[in-house]
Design a protein around this ligand. Structure first.
Ligand SMILES: Cc1ncc(COP(=O)(O)O)c(C=O)c1O
Length: 375
């Protein structure tokens, strides 16, 4: 069954199936056995999807959007004294991690790189050769602000080689479950994503996949009680319950979302649909004369940044509003040095949705007096 309402071609919130939304039509108490079983099933499934063992890793869900879990990992893995966090950033979500550390007065090095290409591995190597004394090194897998995919596995191996005992933290918010990432090969200690991304649940919680032994060594680090990932883990392990009111309906929806994910063929099936969605989008947008910000070699199949047309009649606000009126929601750009907008192709979207979007884009261009194709 397809989604109803507007079609969301964004980095999130994203469309979900009718079945996923229907799964929420049930009230459960937080201590209800059905709910506790549901959370347990989800935690186990997340480890299976990540292809890691329950002996080594734990999946810890946390109430709130993706940023909550990112902040939770940064705080929980940073001792109150002596923490030094290195953030490798080539976009808005890397930059946000630095802001989170600053809020918590955690010493941070903000290493910035060009936003339209992957983080250069050689530069990271040179940096780590000079200074390896980091408590955490953090990186974003798919920088959703541009659509660039970062070389997480290579960077992870460098961190492992140069920085003994350093936590390697990956924000895989918009890629987990749809873009392959070998946690073991990449030596990942913590990985974060959220319910309403490639696994296509509804928004409401995020989760961290954590190296269990390390997590248990982080007691009393977190400066904010509600974000303490150790306490969250211990509570779920001891009685299967959350410390504070859990988003019960969101969990019920997510259980259905994971079942749908498996039915589609897991990562391979989902990636195939997203790739096909993007292929149609790219072909169609190229036909209409749009150019991409990121070279195809560096781009994900999650979201695409298109350069704003230079034609005098183009105004993003009008373009966006007219598309929204036709039920198609796209997203503004989020890179610093280029005027662009973004179109996502993840969530419960199918090739027919991409074709319909392209038809609407062409219609809006005509309404705005833009040449088709652009000159
Ligand atoms: C890579 C990445 N990190 C962090 C976030 C923040 O997540 P949220 O907006 O759910 O807090 C996003 C959101 O799209 C993201 O794409």
């Amino acid at each position: 069954m397809s989604c109803t309402g507007k079609k969301l071609f964004t980095p999130g919130p994203l469309c979900c199936s009718t079945e996923v939304k229907a799964a929420m039509m049930q009230d459960l108490g937080s201590r209800d056995k059905d709910f506790i079983d549901c959370v347990k099933e989800i935690r186990t499934s997340l480890l299976e999807i990540a292809k890691v063992s329950e002996d080594e890793y734990t999946a810890v869900p946390l109430q709130g959007s993706g940023s909550y879990c990112v902040e939770s990992v940064l705080q929980t893995t940073s001792p109150r004294k002596g923490a030094r966090v290195l953030v490798l950033a080539n976009g808005a979500y890397g930059n946000r991690m630095v802001k989170m550390c600053k809020y918590a007065a955690i010493e941070t090095r903000h290493e910035t790189y060009a936003e339209d290409v992957p983080i250069p591995v050689d530069e990271v190597r040179r940096l780590l050769e000079k200074d390896a004394a980091w408590t955490t090194v953090a990186i974003v897998h798919c920088e959703t602000s541009s659509g660039v995919i970062n070389p997480v596995e290579e960077v992870g191996r460098l961190v492992h080689r140069y920085c003994a005992g350093t936590v390697f933290f990956v924000d895989a918010m918009s890629s987990f479950g749809a873009v392959p990432l070998d946690l073991t090969a990449a030596k990942i200690d913590y990985l974060v994503s959220s319910a309403n991304k490639c696994l296509e649940g509804v928004p409401g919680f995020s989760y961290a996949i954590c190296r269990k032994k390390h997590l248990l060594s982080c007691k009393a680090n977190c400066r904010v009680m509600s974000l303490d990932l150790v306490e969250q883990h211990l509570s779920l392990e001891s009685n299967g319950q959350f410390r504070f009111t859990p988003p019960t309906h969101t969990f019920l929806a997510f259980r259905t979302a994971i079942r749908e994910y498996r039915k589609e063929g897991g990562l391979e099936g989902r990636a195939a649909r997203y790739r096909e969605n993007q292929r149609l989008l790219l072909d169609g947008m190229a036909r209409l004369g749009y150019r991409r910000l990121v070279h195809p070699q560096h781009a994900s199949y999650i979201i695409t940044a298109f350069l704003n047309p230079t034609h005098a009649n183009f105004d993003f606000k009008i373009f966006y509003t007219k598309l929204t009126e036709k039920g198609k929601v796209i997203y503004p750009g989020k890179v610093t040095h280029a005027d662009c907008f973004r179109v996502g192709n993840i969530g419960h979207l199918f090739p027919a949705d991409m074709i319909e979007l392209l038809r609407c884009v062409e219609e809006v261009m005509q309404e705005m007096g833009l040449p088709v194709p652009l000159e």
